[in-house]
Design a protein around this ligand. Structure first.
Ligand code: KG4
Ligand code: ZN
Length: 394
C-alpha cells in the first residue's frame, strides 16, 4: 500500500510517499521560511502564494524520487486542519483535484495527529541491490534495520534549509512505538500531551492555554535578535550560555497536564530589559542591539532549559500516572537536542527519536497516518466537498 501525503498547513509545502505505514519512499519539503524570516514569523498571504507556486512540482518530485507512477499510488492523504486557512486550502484543493482526476481514495488528516505518526516510520526506501534481499510486507512488523535508499539526483526545487532530499542519512527508530503510547506534541502551533491506547483511540491529557512552546522559542528569538525560526537559533545560541544564569518561572496550571508559555516569554522580555538597564516600557525591537553576545547566550540557555523542563516535567507526571509502553515526541520542537537530552535522562524507558526532518512539518507523517486510515478502513473524505478546518483540535 503506497500513500501520497500532502501537507501545506503553514509555511512548508510538502509531499511524500509512504509504503505500508512504515517505509519512507520519498520526502520532499519546500519551505517559504526564508521569505518569512525578515518578518520574524509566518506571513499567511506569502505562505499561501508560495504554496500555489510550488505544490505541483513538490508532488511530482515526491513521485519521481519514490520511483512511483500514479498507478502505483493507492490513496491520497491530505492535511485539512489545523493551520492557516489560505495555506490549508491549497493542499486540500490540490488533493481533491488529484483524487478525482486520478481516481484515488482521499483521506483527510488532522495535522497534529499526523505529527505523532512521524514516529511510525522505521525504514527508508531500499536501493535496488538491497531490495533483492529480505522482504517485509506486513504493516508495522519486523522493522529492525535502517535501510539506505538511493534517490534520483536532486533537480529543480531544492527544499530550502532542509538539507537536501536524500533519504540515505535519515536516522529512524528501530521499531514502531508500542501502545499505549504517551505522545508529547510540541510545535509552533501546539503543545499537547496525549495518551494513545491504539490507533484512533486516544485521550488528550492536556494542552497549552496560550502560546505553544515553539511560538515561545520564536518570540524569544525575536527579543534576542536571533533568526526565525527561533527553535534552532535559540538552541544554537544556548550552547554558549549558562542555563542557570537567570531564574525564569514555570507556570502553575489548574489542570495538571495543561501548559502555559506566555508567562516565561514575558519574563524573558523583562530580564532582557533589566540587563540593558532599561525600564519595562523599553520597546522590544530595540533590545537586540543593546545586548552583548554573552547576555544573549545566557538568556537563550536559561529560557531553553526552563521551557523544555516544563514539558518534560508534565511528560514525567503523565508517564508515572499512565505507565505507557512507549513515549514519543512530535512536532518541530521535538527536533530540539535539549528536549531529547532531558527526556532521555529522566525517562526510565528507552526513547527512540526520529530524524529531526520528520519532526518539523512534512508530508511523510501525513502519508503514514493515511496508511493507517486505509488499513483500518476509516471513513474516506469526499473529494467533491472536503473542506478545510483551520481550528481543528485533537
Ligand atoms: O511542527 P512545525 O514545523 O510547525 C507547526 O506545526 O507549528 O514546528 C515549528 C516550530 C517552530 O516554532 C520552530 O521554532 C520549532 O518548531 N523548532 C524547534 C527546532 N526546530 C524547529 N524548536 C526547538 N529546537 C529545534 N531544533
Ligand atoms: Zn506542525
Amino acid at each position: 500500500m503506497k500513500i501520497l501525503g500532502i501537507e501545506s498547513s503553514c509555511d512548508e509545502t510538502a509531499a511524500a510517499i509512504v509504503e505500508d505505514g512504515y517505509r519512507l519512499l520519498s520526502n520532499v519539503v519546500a519551505s517559504s521560511m526564508d521569505l518569512h524570516a525578515q518578518y520574524g514569523g509566518v506571513v499567511p498571504e506569502i505562505a499561501a502564494r508560495s504554496h500555489i507556486e510550488v505544490v505541483d512540482g513538490v508532488i511530482q518530485q515526491a513521485l519521481d524520487e519514490a520511483d512511483c507512477a500514479w498507478d502505483d499510488i493507492d490513496a491520497i492523504a491530505v492535511t485539512y486542519g489545523a493551520g492557516l486557512g489560505g495555506s490549508l486550502l491549497i493542499g486540500v484543493l490540490t488533493a481533491r483535484t488529484l483524487a478525482i482526476t486520478k481516481g484515488k481514495p482521499l483521506y483527510a488528516i488532522n495535522h497534529v495527529e499526523g505529527h505523532v505518526y512521524a514516529n511510525f516510520l522505521t525504514e527508508v526506501k531500499k536501493s535496488p541491490v538491497q531490495s533483492a534481499g529480505s522482504e517485509q510486507s506486513e504493516l508495522g512488523e519486523e522493522q529492525g534495520r535502517h535501510e539506505r535508499s538511493k534517490v534520483s539526483p536532486e533537480e529543480g526545487l531544492a527544499p530550502p534549509g532542509k538539507g537536501g532530499n536524500s533519504l540515505s542519512d535519515y536516522r529512524l527508530p528501530s521499531r514502531q512505538p508500542a501502545f499505549p503510547v504517551l505522545a508529547l506534541i510540541v510545535s509552533g502551533g501546539h503543545s499537547q500531551l496525549a495518551l494513545f491506547r491504539d490507533h484512533f483511540d486516544y485521550t488528550l491529557l492536556g494542552q497549552t492555554q496560550d502560546d505553544a512552546i515553539g511560538e515561545a522559542f520564536d518570540k524569544v528569538a525575536k527579543i534576542l535578535g536571533l533568526p526565525y525560526p527561533g527553535g534552532p537559533s535559540v538552541g544554537k545560541k544556548a550552547l554558549d550560555g549558562n542555563p542557570t544564569a537567570f531564574k525564569l518561572p514555570k507556570s502553575k496550571m489548574s489542570e495538571k497536564y495543561d501548559f502555559s508559555f506566555s508567562g516565561i516569554k514575558t519574563a524573558v522580555l523583562r530580564v532582557a530589559q533589566e540587563q540593558i538597564g532599561e525600564t519595562f516600557a523599553f520597546p522590544s525591537k530595540d533590545i537586540p542591539a543593546r545586548l552583548d553576545e554573552a547576555q544573549k547566550a545566557d538568556i537563550a540557555a536559561s529560557f531553553q532549559r526552563v521551557a523544555v523542563e516544563t514539558v518534560v516535567d508534565k511528560t514525567m507526571l503523565a508517564y508515572n500516572e499512565f505507565q505507557p509502553a512507549s513515549v514519543v515526541i512530535a512536532g518541530g520542537v521535538a527536533a530540539s537536542p535539549e528536549l531529547r537530552k532531558q527526556l532521555a535522562e529522566r525517562l526510565p524507558i528507552t526513547i527512540e527519536y526520529t530524524d529531526p526532518r520528520l519532526c518539523t512539518d512534512n508530508g511523510a507523517m501525513i502519508a503514514t497516518l493515511g496508511c493507517f486510515h486505509m488499513k483500518l478502513g476509516r471513513l474516506m473524505a469526499d473529494p467533491h466537498s472536503l473542506d478545510i478546518k483551520p481550528n481543528l483540535s485533537m
